[in-house]
Design a protein around this ligand. Structure first.
Ligand code: SAH
Length: 368
């Protein structure tokens, strides 16, 4: 058996799969899911990975986020206990770097109750190693969290959540689905248009020209709404860092990545990373509708520089002169506009009483 066989059987019995169901099975199927057994991170040659994320480029990324958490905790009135939650922690590098940096603020580390939301048993093991010496609880979903003030971080998590795609046709919005191609493989097809689909499309895109594609991430929107309500009621803030446009935009962005190269989304399911651009505007709106304030998104380069990236890079280079070149290359990669600096963005969701979190333009520019 392979995931392809399983998907073909499922399609034969239950009909076409929505792209979101397809994506969810490819990434998180208990046996064949892309994240479930392997470690996809790393440089293509040195480590055989499929992609590299910011925390794997440099410790500076997690350290600055740790300082952001410490600063936010102080703004919250230094609650003890305070939940620190990460969604999709990968190798655990970001959390390890953040917790190390957080020790600079007296009382903060001691107040933290760290929870990691991770679907993959293999990556949970990896995180356990990275976080030796820390008290950490793994959970499957935010519903398992105890009540109380919350600091939440998510780097390159929302881009892995399943998306649906709709196409504007003469008969209305039609959903793109996955079917059998009749030759043992998979193909994309259009389900009949339904008037119910239009309500799902962001209002600004509903009138898009014929042939336009619109992508939606229902799970991402649900999460943002959950966070919006929880932060407004119980206090705290969430920092979402990912890639995508600042405003909702038409277009299909779902892509497969294998060994740092684009691959066919439908070929060899379960063997490649599948990601889609994050719609920051819709996430901010979903959280704001439940009472939270939203700030940004700001470009990752701008955000990290506001948090002190250049000073941190200079301090690291001063203590390790032999690594100065490497540190400068990492700083450039994280912050330069042509690198990760502008495609990647940071969005903060917060309890309205918190005010503007560090790294975001001051009041008025926020969406609050
Ligand atoms: N934040 C890390 C890893 C990003 S990759 C980094 O920046 O390096 C996405 C992570 O989310 C992986 O750890 C993956 O296993 C996890 N993940 C993906 N979908 C998930 C889901 N539905 N529930 C919980 N974790 C998920």
């Amino acid at each position: 058996m392979s995931l392809l066989d399983e998907l073909l059987t499922r399609i034969e019995r239950q009909g076409p799969l929505s792209l979101a169901d397809y994506m969810a099975l490819c990434l998180t199927h208990p046996r064949y899911g892309y994240y479930m057994s392997g470690d996809p991170f790393g440089a293509p040659r040195a480590e055989g990975g499929d992609f590299v994320t910011a925390p794997e480029i440099s410790q500076m990324f997690g350290e600055l986020i740790g300082l952001w958490c410490a600063d936010t905790w102080q703004r919250l009135g230094s609650p003890d206990p305070c939940l620190l939650v990460e969604l999709g922690p990968g190798r655990g590098s970001l959390m390890a770097d953040a917790l190390r940096a957080a020790r600079a603020l007296p009382g903060f580390s001691e107040a933290l109750q760290v929870h990691l939301v991770e679907v993959s048993p293999a990556l949970r093991r990896r995180q356990k190693e990275a976080l030796t010496g820390h008290r950490v609880t793994w959970i499957d979903s935010l519903a398992e969290l105890p009540d109380g003030p919350l600091l939440l971080i998510a780097n390159e998590f929302f881009d892995a959540l399943p998306v649906r795609q709709f196409e504007q046709t003469a008969g209305g919005w039609a959903e793109r689905v996955v079917v059998a191609d009749g030759e043992g493989g998979l193909a994309m097809a259009l389900a009949p248009p339904s008037p119910l689909n239009a309500a799902l499309i962001p209002p600004g895109l509903r009138g898009a020209a014929g042939g336009s594609l619109v992508e939606l991430c229902p799970q991402g929107l649900n999460l943002a709404a959950y966070l919006g309500e929880r932060l407004a009621q119980q206090g705290g803030a969430a920092l979402i860092v990912d890639y995508g446009p600042a405003a909702s935009t038409a277009g299909a962005t779902l892509q497969a990545l294998r060994r740092h190269r684009r691959a066919d989304v439908l070929a060899d399911p379960g063997s490649a990373d599948l990601t889609a651009h994050v719609d920051f505007e819709s996430l901010a709106e979903a959280a704001a509708a439940k009472g939270a304030a939203a700030f940004g998104p700001v470009e990752q380069g701008v955000f990290l520089e506001a948090l002190g990236l250049d000073a941190r890079a200079a301090a690291l280079a001063a203590t390790a002169p032999a690594k100065a070149r490497e540190i400068e290359a990492a700083r450039h990669r994280l912050a330069a506009p042509g690198q990760m600096g502008s495609l990647f963005k940071a969005l903060a969701l917060a309890a309205p009483a918190l005010g503007t979190p560090a790294g975001f333009p001051d009041a008025g520019a926020g969406r609050a």
